[in-house]
Write a protein that binds this ligand. Structure first.
Ligand SMILES: NC(=O)c1ccc[n+]([C@@H]2O[C@H](COP(=O)([O-])OP(=O)(O)OC[C@H]3O[C@@H](n4cnc5c(N)ncnc54)[C@H](O)[C@@H]3O)[C@@H](O)[C@H]2O)c1
Ligand SMILES: NC(=O)c1ccc[n+]([C@@H]2O[C@H](COP(=O)([O-])OP(=O)(O)OC[C@H]3O[C@@H](n4cnc5c(N)ncnc54)[C@H](O)[C@@H]3O)[C@@H](O)[C@H]2O)c1
Lengths: 206, 206
């Protein structure tokens, strides 16, 4: 079994290897990969050894077989059906972002409580009333709900969404959600990335 | 020197320890912390040993001294002056997010090229024309530019921003930026987090 710390790094390997394939690079050493990705070469060797390595002494890693193995582990060929709850700024930015579809995540509907938004569309995706969520989920299998609602409503919205049977929650609010064992919650904390940027700026003496 | 892999996990420890302090919890074992954070206890011990551990056999970790040490390493008491470039959906969502200020990141201005947006405000922050960026940066020290412009403009905008002397770039576009050695770029790839959610859902058999 691969540790979650390694799993969390795999999308980044996936992106870099994807770029290398586009440049028609067939093999790469852990040292070269380390320079491109700003991760230590020993961390790369440690990570990639978790699932069979694919590296050979003196030859480096075979880019294509490594890419295929990471794709298999991440399951990039599987499609996920998603809805957005909260058609505000963040919800709109997510609905407009084309990369999710490329990674296998299809946003099929948006839900909101604001009458001025209901009946509209964002990037061709319909905005429905929250009152119709239960009926919608009865007719379409929904894997993931992206929650971009105001912080004060997050607990009630998360409970509503899981009560109609959705198992995957992508939570943009800063609040920790305590839901059933059967529900998977992935939190987005953009401030974490900003704090790392701050650390790196200070390490350079700025 | 602490590895970047550990540094990237520190904001998360910071948040959990912050919550524990609010609950008036004085000490915690690596096992308890592991359950709360869904990281293995051995990963926690390995991470925290990088900077002095603070753990004692049988007692666990002193929450307050661990929190203070992580705050010191991350430099949470330092303030960073930020601007947003691109007053669209993502830029608006960032300008409205109150957590950045709490973490020490002050958004002082927004820049755009759209005449309909210039002269307006988001969350009390003025939107200026890109033409005035150079003058603005001459009068105010700016540490970080948050780039939320359309993908096709990212290279030219990043070069403009670094040419006026800004050293920190928070890049929301999916494109890798190649800038000078003196510039620090932190990329945001929300699809990485979504791919981890997809992996976790499949591991549970959904
Ligand atoms: N995690 C991060 O780093 C980060 C960064 C920026 C914003 N955010 C978060 O994203 C969330 C949304 O921010 P925003 O700027 O898009 O807010 P917003 O106010 O622009 O949008 C919120 C939307 O939710 C709708 N809504 C309100 N109550 C609802 C309910 N009960 N059911 C369904 N829809 C409902 C509103 O009508 C509105 O359209 C907030 O929680 C904010 O904290 C997180
Ligand atoms: N990293 C991720 O996971 C993720 C997720 C969602 C969106 N995004 C990205 O965020 C970015 C913005 O998305 P959005 O939905 O907010 O777009 P948007 O079109 O709503 O906003 C773009 C803004 O940039 C302004 N602009 C255009 N050219 C400019 C220039 N040369 N200088 C200054 N401002 C300029 C426009 O006038 C507009 O206000 C895109 O790059 C998108 O890919 C990234």
């Amino acid at each position: 079994k691969i540790s979650m710390a390694v799993i969390r790094r795999l999308p980044r390997y996936f992106r870099y290897l994807h770029d290398l394939l586009k440049l028609d690079i067939k093999r790469i050493s852990s040292r070269e990969l380390s320079e491109r990705m700003c991760i230590t070469a020993s961390q790369i060797r440690q990570d990639l050894n978790c699932f069979g390595g694919f590296g050979q002494q003196g030859y480096g890693y075979n880019v294509e077989s490594l890419y295929n193995e990471i794709s298999r582990i991440l399951g990039v060929d599987k499609r996920f059906t998603c809805i957005i709850v909260g058609a505000g700024n963040m919800g709109t930015a997510l609905a407009n972002y084309e990369n999710f579809k490329k990674r296998g995540f299809d946003i099929v509907a948006i839900f909101d409580v604001d009458p001025a938004k209901i009946g509209g569309k964002i990037n061709g995706i319909d905005i429905y009333s929250m009152d119709t969520l239960e009926d919608f989920v009865k007719q379409h299998k929904v894997d993931i709900a992206m929650l971009t609602v105001p912080n004060r409503t997050i607990t009630e919205v998360a409970e509503k969404v899981t009560s109609v049977g959705i198992k995957g929650i992508w939570n943009f609010s800063p609040h920790e959600l305590r839901l059933g064992e059967d529900v998977v919650v992935e939190n987005v904390h953009l401030s974490d990335s900003l704090m790392v940027l701050g650390y790196r700026l200070r390490s350079k003496g700025y």
